[in-house]
Design a protein around this ligand. Sequence first.
Ligand SMILES: [Zn+2]
Ligand SMILES: [Zn+2]
Length: 162
Amino acid sequence: MEATSPRPYWRKCSTCKKTIGFNQTYWVCSVSTCNRIRTGLVFCSVACVDAHIPMMNHRDAGAFEKRSPTEGQFRAQQSAAVAPAAPADSPTPARPAAPTDTDQEILTVVSKVKAYVREKSAMNTSDAVMNRLSNHIRRWAMDAIQKAKQDGRETVMDRDFR
Ligand SMILES: [Zn+2]
Ligand SMILES: [Zn+2]
């Protein structure tokens, strides 16, 4: 990975290292291992896809045309990926706000959940699990907020969680 400071292009071509700008056409290899989210290879031209195919010993590989994200989309993805999950004991905002990103975002520390599952079972954890878990947390939190309100408190306590 490169420095985290903003840069004036989206990615670099995996073959020739030419920069690929925002909101422009690029190509990817049709082989799935070249397209994993973390390692995803991107190419500035069909020629650069072709150039990498013999190097990777692909059979039946081809080029797919794609369009890079706009700069705004890209920055939003970056900050979503980089932002650490809130620690469990972080203070809850005092009053409920209008619907925000926290209504959708992942509330769990993904790496810790995955590590726990792996340690207990040697199994992998699907990323979709984090959405489901976060929805549970939101539901529990809303229940707990209700109880605290009924008690006339401004602090949600551990006893508010069943
Ligand atoms: Zn290239
Ligand atoms: Zn490939």
